[in-house]
Design a protein around this ligand. Sequence first.
Ligand code: PAF
Length: 281
Amino acid sequence: MKIIKTVREMQQLSDELRKTKKITLVPTMGYLHEGHLALVRRATELGHVVVVSIFVNPIQFGPQEDLAKYPRDFDRDAALLEKEKTDIIFYPDADEMYPGAFSTYVEVKKLEDHLCGKSRVGHFVGVATVVAKLFNIVKPHFAVFGQKDYQQLIIIEKMVNDLNMDIEIIGHPTIREQDGLAMSSRNTYLSPEERDKALLISRSLKKVEELFREGERNTATLKKEVEDLLHQKEGINIEYVNLCDTDTLEELGTIRNKAVLAIACRIGKTRLIDNTILTEA
Ligand code: PAF
């Protein structure tokens, strides 16, 4: 497994590899858990060279967010990736990615106005910019992203489409703990009591899936189910519960064939998100 820290070296290696092989990229911010490893395994299954990037991207964190305390453990990440037989880790530092004179940003309009984009102003510009850079540096043919960040996934798909990037985006289903909690690096911030409260999020998704299967299509009714469930325990601050069009993220009144139910809430100081796609069988 190679560890590459500079843009130049990564680009040169990718140019060389692309003469005979295809490349799959899994972009991450490190502190890997089973959710990331599932993305890496999906990448490995494709049978191409697998590059995992580890970069805690400063420009996607707002001034009030947790950049400084975002968990990091490169040695542990590298050991996990070695076990998965990852070919290359791209591990640049912030100066390498954003040298002093950096001033170009990628903005995917409209999609960023919904869900997390409302409270995390500028977040998706940071994400789209770093992902565009990673695509230009690693030059992958395929890139794997988790569906847990549904808005991120469709923003990346839109960017790739709009800017004619010749890369296939592969969305991978959310990986959950046995009790249903969606895996996230931020779960490590939860106390045992907070973690217990967090279980209500995935339970409410399940509840809505059930009601949808039974024929409920009114989003106000479904939304209320989620809010009532989340309010069963004190200390869950709902940021949003939205049922949206899966492509545009516009809020729906009635679901026709398909919708995404997306939830964001704060438990203590930790912000958690989760979602499920409701679709006619
Ligand atoms: O999902 C993440 O971990 C990040 O947003 C990503 C895609 C690696 C960009 O920094």
